[in-house]
Ligand binder design. Structure first.
Ligand SMILES: [Cu+2]
Length: 126
């Protein structure tokens, strides 16, 4: 009779701990972007300059931005990709990860995936 009670208490304590962890974790996750967004939004509309990598395609494949804009590549694919150009290159980008690059000079920047060179894209900086 005693051992099951102890086990039950342990289970309850564990459940409470896990519950608290997720509650704290989720509230932390909600707050963190809110803290980060305003400072980034003052300079750059964030989603506007985001290129999604999905099904081995950069979308959009051509993105036009202004000098000083930060472009974000987001890997929505199940496999690892990377960004490679003569002017910049990224480390490997896993699913859900992003790579950011700020364009400080006008021009046309062609790039491809460092792992799958047939994947091509272009950023036009005005
Ligand atoms: Cu790739």
């Amino acid at each position: 009779m005693k051992k099951p009670m102890v086990a039950l208490i342990v289970v309850i304590l564990l459940a409470a701990g896990v519950g608290a962890y997720f509650l704290l974790g989720s509230s932390y996750k909600q707050k963190s972007p809110e803290v980060k967004l305003p400072s980034e939004q003052t300079n750059v509309p964030k989603e506007k300059n985001t290129i999604s990598i999905k099904d081995f395609v950069f979308n959009p494949d051509t993105l036009t931005v202004k000098v000083g804009d930060i472009v974000t590549w987001r890997n929505d694919d199940g496999v690892v990709h990377s960004i490679k150009s003569t002017d910049f290159s990224s480390p490997n980008i896993k699913n859900g990860d992003t790579f950011k690059f700020q364009f400080v000079k006008a021009g046309t920047y062609e790039y491809n995936c460092g792992i799958h060179p047939y994947m091509k894209g272009k950023v036009v900086v005005e």
